[in-house]
Every structure is written in C-alpha cells, then in structure tokens.
Design a protein around this ligand. Sequence first.
Ligand SMILES: [Zn+2]
Length: 130
Amino acid sequence: MSVKNLSDEVLRKYEEILKKEQKRTQELINGMSRDHLEACEKNGDSNHYSIHQADQGSDTYSREKDVYLLECENKKLKSINKALGRIYEKTYGICGICGDYIEEPRLKVLPYACYCIKCKSKEERKSNKK
Ligand SMILES: [Zn+2]
C-alpha cells in the first residue's frame, strides 16, 4: 500500500473530534462576541463600532486582549473547517508541505494540524527570524 491516507475508521474518529471542537469553538466565539458587545454597552458606549474605542484608557488593554483571543479562536475555527474538508477529500493526516503522514500523537493533541512536526518547526523557525 503506497497510497497515503488514513483508514475510514480513523478518519471517522477524527471527524467526530473535529466536529466537537468546531462546535465548542463556535460557541466560544459567539460567547466572546456577546461579552464584548455587552462590555461596550455597560460603558455607555452606544456606538459599538466607534473608532474612538481605543481612546478609552484602561479598557483598551482588556479589549485588545479580547480581540486577540477572538482572532485566535477564529483562526482555529478556520483550521478546523479546513481539516474537516481534508477528511472529506481523504487527504486528512497528511502534511501539506512534505506530503508525509502527520504523526498520530500530534493529531491527538492538535486534530486540525495541517503540517507534520518537522515542517511546522521549520516554519516556526522561519517566522521567528522576522
Ligand atoms: Zn511535513
């Protein structure tokens, strides 16, 4: 067998995991967006989308952190969606760079990983140089 893909059984298992993670992340994002909006309302800021938000001093830090977390979760959700797409294409579990298998222990920790650990650490070294 030279064709590189995981068995249907394994794919189904990860589909389950990813769908759960997708739901959880989506709920988290919904919750965070709501909290964010409520925080704006509490501050008597009737214009949620005001560009002056950043001028409100002490709130800025926590708001920025919220936005940062929200961005992280959004990115994660995108990765999960991509990983689910790869399950349907049956290319799941294969590194997007070198085409090798992504190690199973890695998939267990990060089911939406799209690169193997070798390529990922290479990528990280590249981006750390910036
Ligand atoms: Zn790789």
